[in-house]
Design a protein around this ligand. Structure first.
Ligand code: NAD
Length: 300
């Protein structure tokens, strides 16, 4: 297998997959894409992706296939089709965020076809997808990772091999569980500080160089002002939507249940984001949960 396949099939050309496929085109690959949504296909065509009429048409003659789909059931469905059609040795990469069990099911489909495969979910959001600065966390064999790494590097800045099949998804949900919990912690501190008469800037100045320092505070500050580039300064336009954070926290709880891991704060973070989503805020950036946490103590 060459390290730089001539033709890459890309299935799922949405908010993330569209710009990722465009970066592969920019890197010199011939990319054949498919998506169920006509608007996504048109946007991809404008970026130089050759649009196919089906999954099977997209993968014909491709030496690697990348999928970027909403959830585990979509990945298993598409990989079933792909594995039934491609020759042995075709590299399969899934970058969607899905449950660990579905990721392993997809790996098994690939293995039955003698296709090297990795789960390689991403962190970095739509901004990272456009800029080609995503972080990939991959699970699969050494051989599959070595084949996939050059392709992933064309869409991202950092690529980690986390372990065997499913390890990429495990890293992703563990990281995002930290993120959901830490964001809620930072929001609670601002809400408490406000009620104690502490200015937001004073809390930021102290905590950002003290033991409360974390990414949710210093890069993604949930109140406007201290970090001018955070979504709080643009009316909480995402960024990373609260509905997607809820999805990832649910995946973490599902995995914790299966693995028998105690994750009480992860469970509470899921409950709070579910409440925020049910109030109609799923489309806002996940840092907007500060508004709910400012509410009356007995209502949160
Ligand atoms: P999206 O809904 O914009 O895109 C998914 C695309 O998949 C859609 O265009 C849909 O039409 C297509 N699709 C669904 N089923 C299909 C099928 N059977 N065949 C072909 N196409 C099909 O979602 P997105 O924001 O691009 O996210 C994709 C994945 O990346 C998700 O798993 C998400 O959790 C993950 N993710 C998203 C972000 C983000 O900030 N948006 C960040 C990190 C990870």
């Amino acid at each position: 297998m060459t390290t730089r396949p001539q033709t890459i099939a890309f299935i799922g050309l949405g908010n993330m997959g569209g710009p990722m496929a465009a970066n592969l085109v920019r890197a010199g690959h011939a990319v054949r894409g498919f998506d169920l949504a006509p608007a996504s296909l048109e946007a991809a065509r404008a970026e130089g992706v050759a649009v196919a009429g089906s999954v099977l048409e997209a993968v014909e003659g491709a030496s690697a296939v990348v999928t970027m789909l909403p959830a585990g059931r979509h990945v298993v469905e598409v990989w079933s089709q792909v594995a039934g059609a491609v020759p042995a040795g075709t590299l399969l990469i899934d970058s969607s965020t899905v449950d660990v069990a579905s990721a392993r099911e997809a790996h098994a489909l690939a293995e039955a076809r003698s296709c090297p495969a990795i789960d390689a979910p991403v962190s970095g959001g739509t901004g990272g997808a456009k800029a080609g600065t995503l972080t990939f966390m991959a699970g699969g064999s050494e051989q599959a990772f070595a084949a996939a790494e050059p392709i992933l590097k064309r869409m991202g800045r950092s690529v980690f091999h986390c372990g065997a099949a499913g390890a990429g998804q495990a890293a992703k949900i563990c990281n995002n569980m930290i993120l959901g919990i830490s964001m809620i912690g930072v929001c609670e501190a601002f809400a408490l500080g406000e009620k104690l008469g502490l200015s937001q800037q004073a809390l930021f100045d102290v905590a950002s160089v003290s033991s409360g320092q974390c990414w949710s505070l210093t890069t993604y500050c949930p109140v406007p002002g201290p970090v001018p580039t955070s979504p709080a300064n643009t009316g909480y336009r995402p960024g990373f939507a609260a509905a997607l954070m809820l999805k990832d926290l649910r995946l973490a709880q599902e995995a914790a249940g299966t693995a028998g891991a105690a994750t009480p704060l992860g469970a509470e973070a899921e409950r709070l984001y579910a409440r925020f989503d049910a109030q109609g805020h799923g489309g806002q950036d996940f840092s907007a949960i500060v508004q709910m946490l400012r509410g009356p103590r007995e209502e949160v």
